[in-house]
Ligand binder design. Sequence first.
Ligand code: COA
Length: 383
Amino acid sequence: MREVAVIGVGLTKVGHLFSESLRSLFSRAIRGALEDAGNPKIEALYVGNMSAGQFNNQENIAALLSDFAGLNGIPATRIEEGCGSGAAAIYNGYKAVASGVHDFVVVGGVEKMMDTTANDATSIISTVTDQEYEAFLGLSLVGINAMVMRLYMNTFNVDREPFAKFSVQMHENASKNPYAQFPFKISLDKAMNSNPVADPIHLMDCAPLGDGAAALVLCPKEYAKDFTSKPVEIIGAGHGMDNFIFHTRDDFLSLKAIRDAAREAYRMAGITPDEVDVVELHDAFSITAFLSIEDLGFVEKGAAGQLVDEGLIGLDGTLSVNPSGGLKARGHPIGATGVYQMAEIVLQLRGEAGARQVPGAEIGLTNNISGFGASSYVHILRV
Ligand code: COA
């Protein structure tokens, strides 16, 4: 296996981008990444996307997007793994370079969600859960998260405040991120008293709907120095899976897919969780963030709220969580999210994250999940 580095990053701001189409959005991210990488000759394209068919009535998008992004003629593949599609595309691009199949690949993620109504978007998002036992009965993804949040609160004797504080921190970080959908701060009062969506989840516990695209250029580490003075190496990659139907799992408060992916990524990187400086994790809902913090091994079960309460997840905390503002406030254009996460870690490790820079960050980790943790990817990067 060859060592693999990220040499280019391209991002669009996340939001209600009504003046852009799926293809124009994606092309813009790709152009940014290629320019950042010094325009190497690309051999393959991997596109992470959850549901262009339902959001945009457009399938067969790998061929479409490679053509419009100026990459016509190279192998292009779309990768779909629900909310984890972006990280799944990275994992496949990584394997293509590590194995020697390709030298220079582009990995992109795109989702254009705002061309539909919020009701339709909720139904489309629910297709990442089981249609026969869950969605059919009216159980949406937010509904599953709400039940788990209630169980977590009862089991660990935690109230809503630490969850609300998490969201306050995400907005604080996003206020420093020019690519964020919600680049403004919110008060604890606003987070606590925002409208209930599915009790105990309130609006400020949720990631929003949004459009966005992000892209990365990967190549063998040995070639990276010819293109950038700051290559960022992918030193660990793990993929974990769990029972697809939520109620068949042994433990509702721990996501096995995250634990398995993390174990593999830490083993490969030869590091322990306490060596990670900065993490971009999957806070689709504040409860998902708490489970992720715990299942990645940063704290014991039930202790994520304490980490938040003690102010340790901020930019200068012992574990900086989601300096981008996370899914909550940077935004969650679903199939692009995993790529946004890695792009943020690359900018952090290159020291190019501006006002949201985590001081001295050298090791970063990303965690992207699908559905309610049916699968999970963990990548570890080092500068
Ligand atoms: N956080 C903060 N503000 C939000 C928000 C969020 N998650 N979602 C919407 N808003 C804001 C909007 O910007 C808008 O503000 P404005 O009035 O100042 O313009 C206002 O709230 C109402 O927006 P609207 O689009 O009507 O919200 P909505 O009720 O249609 O949607 C949710 C709210 C919670 C249903 C929607 O954000 C949602 O479905 N989130 C979860 C997405 C999800 O499940 N993703 C996949 C997870 S893996």
